[in-house]
Each structure stands twice: as C-alpha cells, then as structure tokens.
Design a binder for this molecule. Structure first.
Ligand code: ZN
Length: 457
C-alpha cells in the first residue's frame, strides 16, 4: 500500500466522504535504514556474474568440474557463506543439505539434490526461524537439458545473490530469533530442495515464522515493454493447505480466508517497504503463486508454514527457461544483460529489513482468540509469551481493519496483558489481530485469531 499525502483541504474532504483509516503509529528504526543502505548492488552484480560463469547450474549437470555445472556453483556458494561467517566470528552455521531423488518425471535417475544453508543463530530464541531463500539451479527450453549454456541470471542467480548479500549485511548484527539463508536446488525439476528442507525442518521441530522466497528479483523490463523499477510483488496463499475440516467449518462463520499467516506476513513486508525502502511499493497478491507456476515457498506452505514469494512485477518470458538464441530478431535467454542490479538490491534490502525487524521482534502472539457476539465491545485473548525466549517483550498491540480493507488500519498498544477489551468496537464490523512489541518498538506480524491465522507456538 502506498502512503498518499494529500493537501489538507482535499484530505478533509476525503475523510468526511469515506470511511478513512488512521495512520498506523510505529517507531522509525534507524538500524533498519542502516541495513537497507548497506545492501550493495555492486556485490550483487559480482555474485550474479560468478553464478552465471558456471555455464549451467542445471540440477542434473556436472558435479565434479571446478568451473562448470551445479557442483562448482554450490561449492562456491558454500565458500561465500563460510567467508561471511569467518568475518563475523563464526556467526553462521553453514552446511550442505541433500537427499537422493530418483524415479521422478524430471529426475528419472538417482541424483543428489544439494542445497546450501547458513543459519545465523538467534540469541534468546534460537529455535524460532525466519528463512530467506533463492534457487541455485537453472534451465533452458528443454527442462531435461543439463549441458547447454543456461545462465539463469535472473532465474534465479538474482535470488541467490540477494540471499548471500543479506547474509553479509545482517551478520553484522545480533538478533533474538534465528535467520536462515538458503540457496536451494532442484527447483526447476519439481521444488525438491524446498521440499527436502521443509520436511527436515518439520522433523527437527523448527518454529518457522516466515519464509521469504526470492525467485526472480532483477528484471524491470516486462515482455509488454513496461519498464518499472519501483514496484514488486508478494505472493501469499489464502487458507492453509493443512486446515482440517473442523477448522474450515469454524472459519466459515468467523472469517480468516484472507488472513492466513502467509497473508499477514505479506502485509508486514508491505509496510516495511513503505517505511524503509525508498521508492518501492509492493503489491500483495492474494495467490500462492502465478498461474500454473511454482516456487520454493510452496513446499513450506504445504506443511502449514507461513511463506511468501517475493519477485519483480514485470516478467520477461523471452528471458525465462529459454535456449540462448536469436529468432526473428528477438533475443532469447536468461542472460546477465536482463538483470537490473539496483533493483535486485532494492528487493534484497526489502528482505533484509523485513527479516531484521521480525528477528528483533518478540515471537508472534500464540493462541489468539476473540469473542464479543451480541455485545458492543470486542475482547481478544492470547497466551503470555515465553519470558526466556522474549526477555525484550514490552507488550501487545491489537490491530483491526474493515473487512474489505487490504491492510491493517487501526491499532492500539495494550501493554503486557493477555486479554483486552476494545470498548465500543463491534466484532461484526472488523477483522482483528494481535502483534507482539519489543521494548525498542519492533513488532511481530499481526496474528489473526483462531487456527486460520495462527503462526504456531
Ligand atoms: Zn524458473
């Protein structure tokens, strides 16, 4: 959502003519501006060039060469994370995560799908995870072609370079929650790297509060000729895949179709863009992904974790999944000249500030419930957060909005309590949620009441 400043007379007219929203109060965080400013387009360019330089990063490509293929690419990514870790006093846990996949349409023969993961461990709540991801692998026209040149500059060296750059900048800080930087593999062959990571995380009991999947964050020239470097898209699914029949029944009567944790994560990032990223307006899209297309946030959504896809607004299909060639005067292929590094840096800054803000905030409120039928007031309740994990908790903030409004409109900080009644706010007329707030003013995403909106423990 864009903040629009109107001349006073017009603003007054608007307010009297429409149901207006109050400007949401927040504390401007100097550290988030610093983080946004520290993201370097030049380093992102250098990393994209390096990744493109491996010729192809197809999942089934050569793994033994030091200069060509996905093996060389993933070893270089591991080295970069190791370097970043060495520069921050070993603040990252860097490892390969792999599984052997076979018998799949796009991976018929046994192939090791290997991702590279770096964890920046949180201080007070190390088992709370915020994940930023991009994809290592690339492809050309034939999805099984593992030998032709396949630069994958925008799809998705841009996402991996952004993830590495975010690690460089964020590793200069210490956070309450853990931040995970993931370069995932096997995306084009069927979202395998994300699936392997999500399933392992579930087995290990990770409390995942956000997945920010970056897939194509560098193209500013649409296939239709539009050139635009001031907007981005955040795709966020609606009702959860893991919703039970009983939960769906209760949602039918109390709402929540547009308030999954993924959606409220997207609204959070949208506000971060307005507040901390100059000249960027994000469009929250009420969809899991684009029509008939996929991305690595999905395997996390499949298991019920909050996750979104962040990407450019204008795609250029001549540059995606194409053999390098010129045909009828049109140049095809995902080459480096199709990437705008300043724009990739802008979207990386959006990721980094969003991750930092959430990692400094307390855990999102747990077990939020609401009541107020046939009363003029609305009561929200939630569990007290674990004090050891959240020693910096100041209290909670209730948010509400008209039911057809896309973004939260009204808020009230209610202190460190576990229940609060909003007098004279009728439950039927608004959607409600609760965020937790740190002593420094960092806020969690807003949690919609009930199973439909829950971010988990
Ligand atoms: Zn792709």
């Amino acid at each position: 959502m864009k903040k629009i400043t109107l001349p006073l007379a017009v603003a007054t007219l608007f307010c009297s003519a429409t149901a207006s929203s109050a400007e949401l109060a927040y504390i401007d965080q100097a550290r988030l501006h610093d983080i946004a400013d520290a993201i370097s387009a030049q380093r992102i360019e250098q990393d994209i060039r390096t990744l493109v330089g491996f010729g192809t990063r197809h999942t089934l490509s050569d793994t033994t060469s030091d200069t060509r293929g996905i093996g060389a690419a993933r070893r270089w990514i591991k080295q970069e994370f190791d370097k970043i870790s060495a520069a921050c006093g070993n603040c990252l846990e860097v490892y390969y995560q792999s599984a052997t996949i076979s018998g799949e349409k796009r991976i018929p023969d046994a192939t090791e799908v290997v991702s590279v993961i770096a964890i920046q461990r949180g201080i007070t709540d190390p088992e709370r995870y915020l994940i930023m991801s991009g994809d290592i692998d690339s492809r050309v026209s034939d999805v099984m072609n593992a030998t032709s040149d396949s630069p994958g500059a925008n799809d998705n060296a841009s996402g991996v370079a952004g993830t590495i750059e975010a690690a460089r900048v964020l590793s200069q800080y210490r956070f309450n929650g853990s931040i995970v930087y993931a370069a995932l593999s096997g995306e084009e062959q069927g979202l395998f790297g994300g699936k392997i990571m999500a399933e392992q995380a579930q087995k290990d009991g990770w409390r995942i509060k956000a997945v920010l999947n970056n897939d194509m964050i560098g193209n500013i020239e649409g296939i239709n000729g539009v050139i635009n470097n001031t907007t981005a898209r955040i795709f966020a699914e609606g009702t959860r895949q893991t919703e039970t029949e009983a939960e769906a029944r209760s949602r039918r009567f109390t709402g929540g179709e547009v308030d999954s944790p993924s959606r409220n994560l997207a609204r959070y990032i949208d506000l971060i863009a307005d507040r901390y990223i100059e000249n960027l307006d994000t469009m929250v899209i009420y969809r899991l992904d684009r029509f008939g297309r996929g991305g690595h946030h999905r395997p996390f959504n499949d298991l019920g974790y909050p996750g979104v896809r962040i990407m450019e607004t204008n795609e250029n299909y001549n540059r995606q999944h194409q053999d390098l060639r010129t045909e009828d005067g049109i140049k095809y292929g995902d080459t480096i000249d199709g990437v705008n590094f300043d724009y990739a840096a802008k979207l990386t800054a959006l990721n980094a500030t969003s991750l930092a803000s959430m990692a400094w905030a307390p855990n999102p409120p747990v077990n939020v419930s609401i009541k107020g039928a046939v009363q003029p007031s609305t009561t929200l309740s939630w569990n007290a957060l674990n004090a050891e994990q959240n020693p910096h908790l100041a209290g909670y903030k209730i948010y509400w909005r008209y039911t057809d409004a896309p973004q939260w409109q009204f808020s009230r900080f209610v202190g460190n309590v576990t229940s609060f009644t909003l007098d004279n706010v009728v439950i039927d007329n608004y959607f409600f949620g609760v965020a937790s707030v740190s002593k420094d003013g960092y806020e969690s995403p807003v949690v919609f009441p009930g199973a439909a909106g829950a971010f988990g423990e």
